[in-house]
Structure formats: C-alpha cells, structure tokens
Design a protein around this ligand. Sequence first.
Ligand code: HEC
Length: 119
Amino acid sequence: MIKQSYWMAGALIGTVLIAACVEQSSESEFETPVEELMGQGEAMVENLCGECHAIGVDDASAHQAAPPLRDLSKRLALSDLRAPLMEGIVTGHPDMPEWAFEPHHVDALLYYLEQIQSQ
Ligand code: HEC
C-alpha cells in the first residue's frame, strides 16, 4: 500500500511536469489564437460552471457555496488546476461534478479564467 502511494505521487508529479512542457511548447508551436481560446473557454464555463459559479467579472454565484470564478486566484494558483482538470480529480465538495478535459480544452478554460481574475 505504501509503495503504491509513492508510485501515485510519482505519477502525479510526472504528469504535472509533462503538462508544464506541453504548455510551453504549445505556446511556441501551435499558437491557438487567443480569441479562440477565450471563446472556447467562455462557452465551457457558461455550459459547465455557470449553473453554480459566477462566471463573469461582476455576476453573482447561483450556488451559495461556489466561489465566483474570478476569485479563484485568491484561493489557489490557476496553473495548479491544470492537472486536476485533465485527470478529473477536482473534488473535495460533493456538489461539484467531476470532469476530465482534453488538453486544448484545459488551455481554453485556464485562459478564460486568467482573463477574468479580479486580482
Ligand atoms: C453543481 C455545482 C457546481 C458546478 C457545475 C461547478 N462547481 Fe466548482 N464548486 C462548486 C462548489 C459548491 C464549490 C465550493 C466547494 C467548497 O468550498 O468546498 C466549488 C469549488 C470550486 C473550486 C475550488 C475553489 C477552492 O477554493 O478550492 C474550483 C477550482 C471550481 N469549483 C471550479 C469549477 C469549474 C472550473 C467548473 C466548471 C468546469 C465548476 N467548478 C463547476 C460547485 C460547482
């Protein structure tokens, strides 16, 4: 059991490192236009998050316990969301569904979130 959790930790760290490399190379090689990222990200949060979270710069959350997405960076580093979003391990609260997104969807979602942060 102990060995297994070391392995899990190693796998997680590895994933984060790989994600970091992929992110860097995608910036230089693929260059998805930012308008496209912004549009995709906005559509994703509207469809998937807006039911509970405030998704814009001055709206209110529909679910009382859900923090406005523009305030996420007060609570965590947005880049730390990359691995959980890809692996579907954003949990810790029973009300929120679990997803595993494709890398380009994670790019779009994180790009949108970065743009709307209040600080
Ligand atoms: C059905 C309701 C619901 C939906 C849909 C939902 N969330 Fe949440 N989310 C919550 C609630 C409630 C919390 C606060 C839980 C807590 O504080 O324990 C939360 C918390 C979070 C947190 C953690 C904040 C922190 O301080 O740790 C993140 C990140 C987050 N949501 C991102 C998202 C994203 C991105 C989406 C859309 C892809 C989404 N959520 C969709 C209900 C939802």
